[in-house]
Design a protein around this ligand. Structure first.
Ligand code: ATP
Ligand code: MG
Length: 456
């Protein structure tokens, strides 16, 4: 089971490929070492024999058979160990002179090279390997010049064996390393898998345990955990929004149903009938407005509007805003003052930015009592645009600063005024879309709401 799992693991397959490549490289390296050591020794021996052959041939050309025989005898008498081999024969390969008993049976190559075995010094000694070059001499003689290469062959064998075991050890070590690496990787991946399964089973609080190091895997786990935090937060948001929607729409829907029930009664007058119908229609309109606002917030939160960002002239936008809301504030005897310097354009969505400023200004006018004062100030910094809307109304207690941005949240004191608690949720979504921030503070008295938009 464990082995099948191991074989299916991609890390193990990668380790196998790595092992094959590594073994091939080691094989090539060992091959080169063999060629440059054992091969070199053979080439050296061949070169020495060739040189000797040339010397002997020259002597034969100069002094004939007797000169050659003298030279061979002299060389044979000079050598202490029997490593140099000579054999001079007649045309029928009958020995004339040399330290070999008979002409070898082996067939020479085209270049005259011959590999053969000679008997050892003692009767029980093993046969020894020899390498020689043979060639015919004018006058119908044959000459063999060679070397006893037994020691050389032994060394070659030793090198070959060492290289073979070297390769085997490399393969075994690479395989063991591959298995160890794959098991570590598999363990880490299984931990992630387990956590994912527990999360899929519904426990969103689960997080992938970290090993405590600072390697790539740990960084990946940290990112995944942050993603899960985000996901949990989003899920909580969705849950809360669903609850809020269900809770806040139940009241208008019940009212709508009650009115429809009353309409079915036979005893009501025509005028009452008309009145109830009008109320039902306006209740349905109110619900439609709420749904439209909810859809707008979702659309903004999806981020799809970011693709349509353009440079927006904020100065013109604020002029339009004041022009639009002045009649409303004048109707409540409120004054609006504007403080601003030169404002550079900002990259964003004009309609949404207008909507955000409008919602905040609408709140300021709505919740500030008649005769109050509203101040709109702009601070244009190189990397940030700050727009503050401060009023002299009742303000928002610090404990509710976060909640006012939730869908349908309204302060108890505001329940009598029209609205459904979605205005600031839309403002928050729009500011988020522009990567900005919202700050609420006490205007002593009143509320100061600051929108900070970065110039990205
Ligand atoms: N300037 C303000 N002064 C005092 N309270 C405020 C102010 N702005 C907002 N609030 C409080 O925050 C709540 C949420 O505001 P939000 O704009 O989201 O909803 P709303 O104004 O009640 O309804 P909507 O904007 O959807 O018509 C308000 O109900 C109100 O209680
Ligand atoms: Mg509002």
């Amino acid at each position: 089971m464990q082995i099948t799992k191991l074989c299916k693991s991609s890390t193990f397959r990668l380790a196998l490929i790595y092992m094959a490549l590594f073994s091939l490289s080691v094989l090539l390296l060992l091959g080169f070492i063999y060629w440059s050591t054992a091969g070199y020794m053979v080439r050296q021996t061949e070169a020495t024999i060739e040189a000797e052959v040339v010397g002997l041939a020259e002597r034969y050309d100069l002094s004939g058979l007797s000169g050659l025989s003298n030279l061979i005898s002299e060389r044979l008498s000079r050598q202490t160990s029997e490593t140099s081999l000579y054999l001079l024969t007649d045309m029928n390969f009958n020995p004339i002179l040399g330290n070999l008993e008979k002409w070898p049976d082996a067939q020479p190559s085209d270049q005259g090279w011959l590999s053969f075995h000679i008997d050892g010094a003692s009767p029980h000694a093993e046969q020894r390997k020899a390498l020689a070059k043979v060639f015919p001499l004018q006058g119908h003689f044959h000459l063999l010049v060679g070397r006893d290469v037994h020691n050389l062959a032994e060394t070659q064998n030793l090198i070959r064996e060492a290289l073979f075991w070297g390769l085997i050890i490399t393969i075994v070590l690479a395989l063991a390393g591959g298995i160890m690496m794959s098991r570590t990787m598999m363990h880490k991946i299984e931990t992630i898998n387990d956590t994912c399964h527990r999360i899929m089973d519904g426990d969103l609080t689960q997080r992938i345990p970290r090993s405590g190091g600072d390697d790539d895997f740990d960084k990946l786990i940290a990112t995944l955990n942050r993603m899960l935090d985000q996901l949990e937060l989003l899920m909580q948001g969705v849950k809360q929004v669903t609850n809020n929607i269900a809770h806040d729409l139940r009241t208008p829907l019940s009212r709508l149903r009650r009115r429809l029930d009353m309409l079915r009664e036979n005893k009501i007058t025509i005028d009452r009938h008309e009145e109830l119908l009008d109320q039902t229609i306006s209740e349905a309109d109110g619900l439609l407005v709420t749904f439209k606002a909810l859809l707008r917030i979702s659309e903004v939160e999806s981020g799809s509007r970011r693709s349509g960002f353009k440079n927006v002239d904020i100065a013109v936008l604020l002029d339009d805003l004041i022009e639009f809301y002045e009649p409303l504030s004048e109707g409540k005897d409120q004054t609006i003052s504007v403080e601003r310097q030169q404002i550079r354009p900002l990259h964003g969505d004009r309609d949404l930015l207008f909507q955000a400023f409008a919602n905040v200004l609408d709140n300021a006018i709505k919740y500030t009592p008649a005769g109050g004062h509203i101040r709109l100030s702009v601070n244009d910094q190189p990397d940030l645009l700050q727009v503050s809307i401060a009023d002299s109304g009742p303000g928002i207690p610090v404990s509710a600063h976060e909640q006012v941005f939730e869908r349908f949240y309204r302060l108890e004191t505001s329940r009598s005024s029209p609205g459904n608690g979605l205005g600031l949720s839309l403002v928050a979504a729009i500011v988020n879309l522009h990567h900005g921030q919202l700050e609420l503070s006490d205007n002593c008295p009143g509320l100061n709401l600051r929108i900070c938009l970065p110039r990205v």
